[in-house]
Structures are given as C-alpha cells and as structure tokens.
Design a protein around this ligand. Structure first.
Ligand code: SAM
Ligand code: SF4
Ligand code: F3S
Length: 449
C-alpha cells in the first residue's frame, strides 16, 4: 500500500504483553506504509492508543489520555489523526462513548481487526470522516510485519484468546476464544528471531500452557522442547500459565530444555477453596500446593511467582487468612497483587457481598507486606553469588550502571568498573550480587557471560 512518506506515528500501549506485541505489529504495519516513529504524541501525525480493560483504573487512564490528545489536537496539531484499538474497543459501552463524546477520534477498531489497520487508515486518508470497525472474527492473521520494542527480548504470541471465564475477568469477552498458532509457524518465527540475534524469547498467551489443545496435535511441552533445540537462542520464557493446565510433562520439558528459564509464573489468585470455586478457577488450594511442590522437586531452584486478588465479593477474613497461609507455605519469589475491580458484564461484578473499601485496603496492605518479606528473603538467597544477567539497558549515559535479569527473572542493577563501558542491551554479563532489596538486587560487573 502506498505510504504517506515523511509522516510520523506514535503508539501508546496499555495493558499486558499481548497488547505490547500487538503494538509492535501496528508499528510494523505503519513502518511498511512509510511512517516513521515519533518520540512522543507531540511530534506525531498519527497517534494509536492500544487499550486495556482488565481493571477499572485502565479504563480511567485511557479516557484521561484521550483528553490530553484532544487538547493537543485542538491547540497545536490540528491535522493529527487519532486511532484507538485494543480490548476496550471490544466493549460497546466504551466504543459508543468514544463515538459520541470524543468526535476527534478518527479510527476505532477491535482486537480481531489488527491486520485490517492499513486498510482502515487508508479509508480515513481517502476522505471517510470516521472509520469505526469492530469485528468479531476469531481468526489469526499470520505474517504481519513487526517493529520490535526491545533488542534483548522478543515477544512471540503463540496463542490468542481465553476460554476460562474466571468470573472476575473481562479477557474472554474482549479477546475471543482460545486459538493456537500452528507449531511450524511458531517455530519458524522463533528460528528467525534467534537468527536475528535475539537472546531471549517470551512466549505469550493468556493461558499459554493450553497451547495446542484446540489444534489436537503438538502441545506446549512439545513447543518448549522444540524451542530448546534452536541454535543461538539462550533463554525462553513463557507466560501466563494456568494451574489447571499445568502438567508433569510440561515441568519435565522445562527441566530438560537447555534454554527454558527456571521461572514459573503461576497465578494463584486466592488461597481459599471457596473463593477459588466462585472465581471458577478450576483448582483448589491443595492442588495448587501439590503443583508447586512437584515443580520445585523437578526443577531445583525454580523461581515461582504469582498473581493475587484481594477483596473478591464475599471474601471473608477467614478466606483472606487462607491466602496468607498459602503464601507462607509456598513463599513466592514475587507476586503481582491486585484489588478486585468489578468489570461490567462479568459474573463477579454482580455477586453478593462486595467488600468495603477500608477492608480491601487493610487486606491489601497486609498481603503486600507479607509478599514483600518473602520477596526480600528470596532475593537474599543469591547475595554473594555470581549471576548470569541479560542486559536490558544502561541506567543512563555516563552513570557506569546498567540493569538486566537473571535466569530466575530477578532484576539486577550493577556497576561497571571505572573506565569500562557498560555492556550493551542484549549482552550477557557475569554480575556479583552484593545486596538484596525487595524488588531488585545490587551488584558489580565481573565480565561477559
Ligand atoms: N491469564 C492470566 C491468568 O490466568 O492469570 C492473566 C490474566 S490478567 C491479564 C492478569 C491478572 O490480572 C490476573 O491474573 C488477575 O490476578 C488480575 N485480574 C484480572 N481481572 C481482574 C479484576 N477484575 N480485578 C482485579 N484483578 C484482576
Ligand atoms: Fe482471565 Fe482467567 Fe482467562 Fe486469565 S485464565 S485471562 S484470569 S479468564
Ligand atoms: Fe488488558 Fe486486554 Fe491484556 S484487557 S491485560 S490488554 S488482554
């Protein structure tokens, strides 16, 4: 498609890494159309906002940003085009609000219309005043061009959608049914990325360990083992795994694969059997405990991280204490902690027994304090050791500091000796860990790894 050369774009991304990967494809399509990337919206001729709807705060941030863009367009960039896409646009309430209250938005499309973006943009550029197209088709568009956000890690979405319908979650409504990409196409992409020099690949899916179920052939353990055979690919990570789809075969594939990182992100959500049942998670606390024990037995030193929600409707003090109890038994290496956010259209939004804000805050603070103690204890176990760190960037020109991650996904800030240039993004370094903090480690560079 002929490109309006000389024009610049900026993509604003909210939400998870699946959205980040979609934004990399939007950037890829725009680059093919002749657009170049602008440093920020102030310098852009086209701004694309890729939205997330997972919690209320995400919705709020999107409308806040729209206000800023309206101002920018009115005051200094009248010719700027604004496109909005992503998970929020799949919800008619948000789509209609954009249509009616934000007339400066030129283009809107949904998560299943990503590949149609060049066509929609062309229609707008050829004179259609507003192009709003939100489809329902669940197909996967293969072969889209990608402009990657990082040199040190490439994102590879291997499956789309989610069929789990956890009662609090909007994702299955905005991302459609579970569908996996055929294994040969995934492996082709991984081999290409390795050949291009990406040292790490993050395999993505909302329920990534259900990969292949819908195809009836190769499953996630097979994918991981095949990825382990790719020359030059040093690290493979994956997220997010669902406990009900974890298998011993997958744990063994992780243990055997030379490049699978010893880190498992396994969202627990709650430690109460009753809450888990009402969340429709498909497992109980004993099952989860057993799974983590098995994983740690098969993969010694495995880091286990999780997601936790406090304040689910009807959560009693006893339920909450069950969560703290399970955290104490497991001692997660890290956790993302959330306060329950009712999502209109999901079953939990209408459940009885909403928890008052003061109780939610109190429980949240107790939960975070416990997790912080566990995170610090976990980080302390590597004090004094030398770790292999994949460099994610320098902490600022001339600072003599850089940062990166260990195979267990611990974030390390490290100093390089005077007169030594910090290793570049994507390089591997040996770093001596001197001090553990709650969320990070401090260390000193010892040499390339
Ligand atoms: N598919 C993954 C899973 O099964 O855990 C991740 C889904 S979501 C993008 C990431 C996390 O957001 C969830 O694990 C959950 O803890 C949290 N989350 C989702 N919906 C939420 C809600 N309505 N309120 C609070 N937290 C929520
Ligand atoms: Fe949401 Fe549950 Fe699907 Fe994760 S598994 S995306 S929490 S419905
Ligand atoms: Fe948000 Fe959509 Fe991801 S709702 S968390 S961007 S799948």
């Amino acid at each position: 498609m002929a490109g309006p050369l000389g024009l610049r774009f900026h993509v604003l991304t909210f939400g998870c890494q699946l959205n980040e990967n979609d934004s990399e494809k939007l950037a890829g399509m725009l680059a093919e159309m002749g657009y170049s990337e602008a440093a920020g919206p102030e310098e852009a001729d086209l701004v694309v906002v890729n939205t997330c709807s997972v919690r209320e705060g995400a919705d709020g941030r999107f409308f806040g940003h729209l206000g800023l863009l309206a101002n920018l367009k009115e005051k200094s960039r009248p010719g700027m085009l604004v496109a909005v896409c992503g998970c929020m646009m799949k919800q008619s309430v948000h789509l209609e609000r954009v249509r009616k209250s934000h007339p400066f938005v030129d283009i809107a499309f949904g998560t299943s219309d990503l590949h149609r973006f060049p066509e929609l943009l062309q229609r707008r550029l050829s004179g259609t005043r507003r192009v709003f197209e939100v489809g329902d088709e669940d197909a996967i568009a293969e072969g889209l061009p990608v402009v990657r956000g990082f040199r040190f890690r490439a994102l590879a979405t291997v499956m789309y959608g989610c069929d789990n319908f956890c009662t609090y979650c909007i994702v299955p409504y905005v991302r459609g049914r579970e569908r996996s990409r055929p294994l040969p196409l995934v492996l082709d992409e991984l081999r290409r990325l390795a050949a291009e020099g990406y040292p790490e690949i993050l395999l993505l899916g909302q329920n990534v360990n259900a990969y292949g179920k819908d195809l009836g052939g190769a499953d996630f353990p097979v994918l991981l083992e095949e990825a382990g055979r790719i020359q030059g690919l040093r690290r493979v990570r994956f997220m997010t795994s669902h406990p009900k789809d974890m298998s011993v075969r997958l744990l063994d594939a992780m243990a055997r694969s030379p490049n699978a990182c010893p880190h498992l992100h396994l969202p627990l959500q709650s430690g109460s059997d009753d809450v888990l049942r009402r969340m429709n998670r498909g497992y109980g606390r004993d099952q989860y405990l057993g799974l983590v024990a098995e994983a740690r037995r098969r993969i010694p030193g495995l880091a286990v991280t999780t997601d936790l929600i406090v304040g689910f409707p009807g959560e009693t003090e006893r339920d909450f204490e069950d969560t703290l109890d399970l955290m104490d038994r497991i001692r997660f290496d890290g956790a993302f902690t959330f306060q329950f956010s009712p999502r209109p259209g999901t079953p939990a939004a209408d459940m009885e027994g909403p928890i008052d804000a003061a109780t939610v805050t109190d429980r949240f603070d107790r939960l975070v304090a416990l997790q912080n103690a566990h995170s610090l204890a976990s980080n302390r176990t590597v004090e004094g050791t030398v770790q292999e760190v994949l460099v994610e960037g320098s902490d600022g020109a001339g600072t003599g500091r850089a940062s990166g991650r260990t195979p267990h996904n611990r974030l390390v800030h490290f100093r390089v000796p005077d007169g030594t240039a910090p290793p570049p993004e994507g390089a591997f370094a040996r770093v001596r860990i001197e001090r553990a903090r709650t969320f990070t480690l401090d260390g000193t560079w010892e040499g390339p790894a």
